[in-house]
Design a protein around this ligand. Structure first.
Ligand SMILES: *[C@@H]1O[C@H](CO)[C@@H](O)[C@H](O)[C@H]1NC(C)=O
Ligand SMILES: *[C@@H]1O[C@H](CO)[C@@H](O)[C@H](O)[C@H]1NC(C)=O
Ligand SMILES: *[C@@H]1O[C@H](CO)[C@@H](O)[C@H](O)[C@H]1NC(C)=O
Ligand SMILES: *[C@@H]1O[C@H](CO)[C@@H](O)[C@H](O)[C@H]1NC(C)=O
Ligand SMILES: *[C@@H]1O[C@H](CO)[C@@H](O)[C@H](O)[C@H]1NC(C)=O
Ligand SMILES: *[C@@H]1O[C@H](CO)[C@@H](O)[C@H](O)[C@H]1NC(C)=O
Length: 490
């Protein structure tokens, strides 16, 4: 009898310590903090606390074991106690941190008591690398009632089989519809299913409007997807709506204006703080532009979209006008959002009007506003089927097939973006952006030239004055002598 109970307890402890939802995130090594010990985070969940059960074996520059991991309890019961949300859900989130590595491929093995839970070869991006390859997708769920995201999962499975590497996956918001639904079971299923690709590629996210949770505090999302916000280190000055990081020649910026768009920002406090943080980040990024010439902004929220029943497609250019000014002022190259459930490419646009740019086939040059993309075709069972909407003056094209967007920065001057239809792995849209840094430099160059002109002008003017003065003195002297001479003669 005792034995049976003992076995039962052992069994359930084992069950409770089963790891699920393995996911990788880039850490503060890639942000302005450049913390060497925080390059890659390997995160997973268990139902119980499960102390000292897990180990990580890394094969990078060296082989080493890590047995220290950080564990936190996410107690959703406590978050919603006494509310109508009626949630009873607890989970433990464990995080291993891996320091920066010189080798670009590492092998990690997550072990629990000598049993391998997950083993994968991962490309760890370098701050200095010629080519950068990042995949954008968003607005996706995993419950498969209508199977709309199934093809995206299958596509990922194929990429992994073929050992195709990405420096990062960037998720443009709206997960699982919604993470906290069904007593957080929707979120738990999502974590389990996405680990197919999140355990293989670093996964960076921006929150969508569906990710806010019942209390609008994005708790499930933020606790499970801990992004490198600065407020981990500086709680005084920063709210968590902004983070940025570098990979190779690209500076990526995430911002989340949810409170601004949904008018939950009294006296524009969040907006002003976010703008300040954004501007400061861009000032630094621009100073480093010789080394890191590309600036890519991503968020869930488009500035121009085509679904006119959605306030966002009508008014976001007003709500986000101050941000759009920054993009122009600092020459942001590309703006990727989600929200609208399809793929859409827009012309550079500014304050609800066309912006200047040059185009040769599918190559953009000399754009005064960023090229914008809506990447919301991951596959959502929520809402109507993916569709084409009426074109607007800013629309270049729309695609109603489920897909992901592949960004490849080839070097300091050439960026390629391809939209891939996941069902057939075909490229259904492609464009290039070619940077001509000289055209930006002209502004500064002009200023310098003008200053030189001004100084040279003043010098010439002074020289003329001096010459004129000397000449007059000489002439006077001569005249005097001449007069004396004539005097003499007379
Ligand atoms: C890591 O741990 C494994 C298993 O515990 C052990 O066999 C291996 O020798 C360790 N490796 C290093 C580099 O310490
Ligand atoms: C979670 O919160 C609830 C409600 O406050 C509490 O009863 C429960 O003990 C907490 N769970 C843990 C593991 O702390
Ligand atoms: C795993 O190892 C830990 C610590 O060595 C131990 O407490 C635990 O009972 C083990 N669990 C299983 C299921 O073997
Ligand atoms: C979704 O896919 C599953 C398994 O592939 C299948 O059994 C089910 O019928 C599909 N559902 C729909 C609505 O197509
Ligand atoms: C924005 O531009 C569109 C035409 O492209 C126009 O219909 C709309 O009224 C403009 N909105 C505002 C607020 O000016
Ligand atoms: C940059 O990449 C493009 C496209 O791959 C290539 O045509 C171009 O020559 C490269 N430029 C330099 C300087 O390597």
């Amino acid at each position: 009898m005792f034995m049976i109970i003992f076995l039962f307890v052992m069994e359930s402890i084992q069950e409770q310590c089963e790891a699920y939802g393995v996911r990788l995130f880039l850490g503060h090594y890639y942000t302005s903090l450049k913390i060497d010990t925080d390059a890659l985070r390997i995160v997973f969940n268990t139902k119980n606390i499960c102390n000292n059960q897990f180990q990580l074996f890394i094969k990078g520059d060296l082989e080493f074991n890590i047995s220290n991991y950080k564990t936190k309890l996410l107690n959703m019961t406590d978050v919603y106690i006494g509310t109508k949300a009626n949630i009873e859900y607890e989970t433990y989130i464990h995080t291993f941190q891996i320091p920066k590595q010189l080798s670009s491929i590492i092998l990690y093995t997550l072990i629990r008591n000598d049993t391998i839970i997950k083993q994968a070869q991962v490309k760890l991006p370098h701050l200095q690398q010629e080519k950068t390859k990042v995949l954008f997708f968003g607005d996706m769920d995993s419950s498969w009632v209508y199977n709309r995201s199934k093809q995206t999962f299958d596509w990922f499975e194929n990429q992994i089989k073929q050992k195709i590497q990405f420096d990062s996956l960037i998720f443009t918001g709206d997960m699982a519809y919604n993470l906290e639904s069904d007593n957080c079971q929707r979120g738990e299923l999502w974590l389990s299913r996405i680990s197919l690709f999140t355990s293989q590629y670093p996964f960076m996210i921006t929150p969508g409007n569906h990710d806010s949770g019942y209390n609008r505090k994005q708790i499930f999302l933020r606790e499970h997807f801990e992004m490198p916000y600065q407020n981990m280190y500086n709680t005084q000055d920063y709210e968590n709506y902004f983070y940025s990081f570098n990979i190779g020649f690209v500076h990526f910026i995430q911002y989340d204006p949810v409170k601004i768009i949904y008018k939950a920002d009294q006296n524009n406090l969040i907006r002003d703080q976010l703008l300040l943080q954004f501007r400061n980040d861009l000032i630094t990024a621009v100073q480093n532009r010789e080394e890191v010439p590309w600036i890519v902004v991503f968020t869930h929220y488009p500035i121009y979209c085509n679904f006119m029943d959605d306030d966002q497609c009508v008014n976001n250019f007003k709500y986000l006008a101050e941000f759009e000014k920054l993009f122009k002022e600092f020459h942001v190259d590309l703006y990727v959002s989600g929200h609208q459930h399809n793929y859409q490419r827009n012309y550079p646009y500014y304050q609800n009007d066309s912006a200047l740019f040059e185009m040769d086939g599918n190559i953009y040059y000399n754009y005064e506003s960023p090229i914008t993309i809506i990447e919301g075709a991951g596959g959502a069972d929520y809402g109507p089927e993916i569709m084409i909407l009426e074109n607007k003056p800013y629309t270049v094209k729309q695609m109603d097939q489920n897909g992901v967007g592949l960004l490849q920065v080839m070097n300091k001057t050439h960026l390629q973006f391809q939209q891939v239809r996941v069902s057939t792995n075909e490229i259904i849209d492609e464009f290039w952006i070619i940077q001509n840094r000289d055209t930006y430099d002209i502004d500064y160059f002009n200023l310098e030239i003008w200053i030189i002109f001004l100084i040279v002008g003043i010098l010439i003017f002074l020289l003329i004055l001096i010459l004129f003065y000397l000449f007059r003195r000489l002439k006077l002297k001569f005249n005097k002598q001449y007069l004396h001479a004539t005097d003499f003669i007379v």
